[in-house]
Design a protein around this ligand. Structure first.
Ligand SMILES: [Zn+2]
Length: 191
């Protein structure tokens, strides 16, 4: 069944190539449909992962109640409107109550959402919601800065425009002091 779907997907890519070049069968294009679908299997691997599983192994916070921040998590994603890549970095923070999570899991949650058809706003919201739902923190915050291929290579053609999105929950939403400590820790930097 999966094999049939894959063949159909490769056939669809073949059709796109015909749309671009007509009935060209030059050497460089012969295996392109297979390569495109192989690359899709990686680029869209996030559909095969569950947030709850990624965030399931937690540890005792042992009284630590400060900010945990993983910053500069680089990611690549795909814009669902144009199938163009967008990429940038995510900063993910939370303040634990009693449980902390392995730090690499914060990067994995970003990957899980980035490796799907996306818009930046949804990645931002999904990551912060996953942290709130699975870790029950005092607060959680996610900031994402990204450059979008669909703006760089088509349409308005802006190469350097950076889009920033943020989602704040708990104390990061309620308390200006907590939010400003977070912003200081993240700092401002070049993409
Ligand atoms: Zn787009």
């Amino acid at each position: 069944m999966i094999e049939i779907r894959r063949q159909e997907a490769e056939e669809a890519v073949r059709k796109l190539l015909q749309y671009l070049e007509g009935d060209s069968d030059r050497e460089g294009l012969q295996k392109t449909p297979k390569r495109v679908i192989d690359s899709f299997d990686e680029i869209f691997a996030g559909y095969n992962q569950e947030s709850a599983e990624v965030l399931s192994s937690t540890f005792n916070a042992e009284g630590y109640g400060g900010i945990v921040l993983l910053k500069d998590i680089e990611f690549h994603s795909t814009c669902e409107h144009h199938l163009q890549p967008f990429r940038g970095r995510a900063h993910v923070a939370y303040i634990p109550t009693d449980r902390i999570v392995g730090i690499s899991k914060l990067a994995r949650i970003v990957e899980l959402h980035a490796r799907r058809l996306q818009n930046q706003e949804r990645i931002t919201k999904s990551v912060v919601d996953d942290i709130v739902d699975n870790l029950n923190p005092l607060g959680a915050g996610v900031i994402i800065e990204a450059r979008h291929g669909c703006m760089q290579c088509r349409g308005i053609s802006k190469q350097n425009a950076v889009m920033t999105t943020s989602a704040m929950r708990g104390v990061f939403f309620d308390k200006a002091e907590a939010r400003s400590e977070l912003m200081q820790l993240i700092g401002s930097r070049e993409l």
